[in-house]
Design a protein around this ligand. Structure first.
Ligand code: T4K
Length: 372
């Protein structure tokens, strides 16, 4: 490849379409703090996703940190090691102890059958992740959380627009968080949100993201500043218009990869659970070294030499990082599936402007592992 191909490339509207939005911001001098674009985006986004209430955030990480605070989560939280590090860091920032539980092999999400074993008197919540946008086993997680009186916060950073049984996945759990980072299916450059079920909860979340201010002179909690600004919100409004088309193109790319990578010995693809309407956010492949004849890292390097910069999401596991690896739950024998997947995965490039010839070029490298 002459030019480098990265795991993703942000989708942006035509610059000329964004200029009128910028002109309005410049005219009004209203830049942040729940301005007109913020209000409009929040309303349109809730409608678009089919969720009751949304609070916009500067990014997904601050949304996670705030979600834990608004529910008053303390003690221990059960979570997955197979995610981006922000998931567990949000616990750290709240002085909560993460308890890592293994993932299931089909979709790489937290394995509900292992959750109950990890519950202690200190456990207050479960923090699962819809990894790669694939829905967790939400019914089973609800059964367990109801039985033990635990809160559930879904990290839905990868799952913008994903539906399960025709319902947006963010309707599950007590709260869900989204990320609109540049690398996500839907981006506002940086950005995020908390989805919640009732107006009172939204009010509390909105206080927390604005220093705890309830009005000009009343501070009800030690909140933080994690507000989305007007430029991000304006971009979000414009991005919503293109979302369906972009997902359709991603679907075609996903299909093309599947055609070209079918039946390669030792290369495994990820499917979605039944009844899922996917957003085709990622295209992970899993390399079985014995069957394939080359290791995951050999393939990863080979792709790089050819200008294809896939990513090993999520390697290393969060539980391997120094601030977490001394925890009892971080031991490899507890997390066998997560370790296996983390050592096999490569996420291949997927984004709407990825060309068909590039997909074929990538598939060609993968299907001929005879290189030295
Ligand atoms: N929970 C989960 C499960 C998450 O995956 C994430 C974030 C969060 C929570 C936290 O949400 P945020 O606070 O980020 O809203 C990226 C993203 O930075 C991160 O948002 C994302 N997950 C994670 C999975 O991926 P990196 O370190 O891999 O990004 P980076 O900069 O290496 O970008 C990857 C490739 O994308 C680059 O090689 C080129 C391309 N790229 C990237 C950027 C930023 C562009 O073409 N343009 C760009 O502006 O973490």
């Amino acid at each position: 490849m002459e030019k480098k191909i990265f795991v993703t490339q942000p989708t942006l509207p035509d610059l000329e379409d964004f200029i009128p939005y910028l002109e309005k911001i410049w005219e009004s001098k209203w830049l942040t703090n729940n301005g007109p674009f913020h209000k409009k985006f929040e309303k349109e986004l809730a409608e678009f996703l089919g969720v009751p209430y949304i609070s916009l955030f500067a990014n997904g990480t601050l949304a996670l940190v705030t979600a834990l605070q608004v529910l008053g989560i303390k003690g221990e939280v059960i979570t997955t090691p197979y995610s981006f590090v922000a998931t567990t860091h949000s616990l750290w920032w709240n002085k909560i102890k993460p308890v890592f539980v293994d993932i299931e092999p089909d979709y790489c999400n937290l394995d509900p059958e292992k959750i109950e074993l990890a519950i202690t008197p200190e456990t207050s919540a479960i923090l699962p992740v819809h990894v790669y946008g694939n829905p967790c086993k939400v019914d089973r997680i609800k059964q367990i959380s109801d039985k033990h009186g635990l809160k559930v916060i879904y990290d839905a950073a990868h799952a913008f627009g994903v539906k399960l049984n025709n319902k947006n996945i963010c309707n599950q759990g007590d709260l869900s968080i989204l990320s609109f980072h540049a690398t996500k299916v839907f981006n506002t450059m940086e950005g995020g949100a908390i989805v919640c079920r009732d107006a009172e909860m939204k009010k509390q979340i909105d206080y927390l993201k604005n220093f705890g201010f309830a009005d000009e002179t009343t501070v009800v909690a030690p909140g933080i500043n994690s507000k989305m600004n007007e430029m991000q919100a304006a971009l979000g409004l414009l991005q919503l218009q293109a979302y369906d088309k972009n997902v359709q193109i991603r679907k075609e790319i996903d299909h093309e990869y599947r055609l070209n990578l079918a039946d390669i010995k030792g290369i495994y693809l990820l499917n979605s659970p039944k009844e899922t309407e996917s957003n085709y956010a990622y295209f992970p492949i899993f390399v079985n070294e014995q069957e394939y004849g080359k290791s995951r890292d050999q393939l990863y390097e080979k792709l790089k030499k050819n200008g294809i910069f896939g990513r090993r999401y999520f390697f290393p596991l969060i539980s391997e990082f120094p601030m977490y690896n001394k925890l009892e739950s971080a031991k490899q024998e507890n997390l066998k599936t997560a370790f296996l997947k983390a050592n096999q995965v490569i996420c291949l490039p997927i984004y709407p402007t990825l060309e068909l010839k590039t997909i074929k070029f990538i598939a060609n490298i993968i299907s001929n592992p005879k290189w030295k």
